[in-house]
Ligand binder design. Structure first.
Ligand code: SAM
Length: 234
């Protein structure tokens, strides 16, 4: 267990810049591996294969947010980006984050407040060309958009100095032709999309391309997205 410097825990899928960038920002001590808790073995391997900035190490571990595989009080910072809304027991997950934090520990987490035009296009396309079931599986991502509910959960878990910031950001995504189907294959409705006919998938992608065309720029998609960012202390 890390005993000097700072460390961070994040729940990641797909593993990526989030863990390394935020571990670095959280001031993680280069010699102390930053544990990242991950649910699936497959994503663990993806995470372990990622190139890291010089001096930064991440110790990828498999574990559930409602039973973190770490002892009490070992971390100064817990980061959880777009995870809490998916956890089966949000209060228990927050209690776990608080349990692994040191006495003066801090938590930072984010949750979308509602679907951006990209996710609206995705849901409408799924409903029209795949199934209502496929469209509804994407709703969990926006199921914790209420700031008062988020504040109540953090206070309920024993955190203090809860601050919730409503942030309007630009979600940058790769060009639609490279990204739309690949993204769908990493989401909970992947199997339903894969089981649909070739024509239905082509119609879904055509719908999404059309609906997101106003947000295409020279680099890909730049879509407005709103998010609540919460911080709190033990
Ligand atoms: C939208 S992704 C966010 C991933 C990452 N933090 C990011 O910002 O790119 C939600 C993640 O929550 C994870 N998740 C869902 N339930 C979980 C649980 N009980 N324990 C740990 N992770 C969980 C999923 O596997 C998925 O990786």
């Amino acid at each position: 267990m890390p005993h000097c410097g700072q460390a961070s825990v994040c729940s990641t899928w797909p593993p990526g810049p989030v863990s390394s960038r935020d571990s670095r920002r959280a001031g993680s001590h280069p010699e102390v591996p930053s544990p990242a808790s991950i649910l699936t073995r497959a994503w663990l391997e993806v995470g372990r294969g990622l190139p890291l900035p010089p001096g930064l190490t991440i110790d990828w571990r498999r574990g559930s947010a409602i039973a973190l595989p770490f002892d009490e009080g070992g971390f100064d910072v817990v980061l959880c980006q777009q995870g809490l809304q998916f956890f089966p027991d949000r209060l228990q997950a927050l209690r776990e984050m608080r349990r692994v934090l040191a006495p003066a520990g801090r938590v930072a987490l984010s949750a979308w407040t509602g679907p951006s035009p990209y996710f609206v296009a995705q849901r409408q396309g799924l409903e029209r060309h795949v199934s209502v079931e496929a469209a509804s599986t994407g709703l969990a991502a926006f199921s914790l958009g209420d700031a008062d509910e988020l504040r109540g959960l953090l206070q309920g878990a024993g955190f203090r100095d809860v601050v919730i910031q409503h942030v309007r950001m630009t979600l940058r995504l790769p060009p639609p032709e490279d990204f739309l189907l690949r993204h769908l294959s990493a989401l909970p409705m992947a199997a339903l999309v894969a089981a649909a006919s070739e024509e239905a998938r082509a119609a879904l992608i055509a719908h999404m391309k059309e609906a997101t065309s106003p947000y295409v720029d020279g680099y890909g998609l730049a879509v407005p997205q709103e998010v609540n960012v919460a911080t709190a202390r033990v």
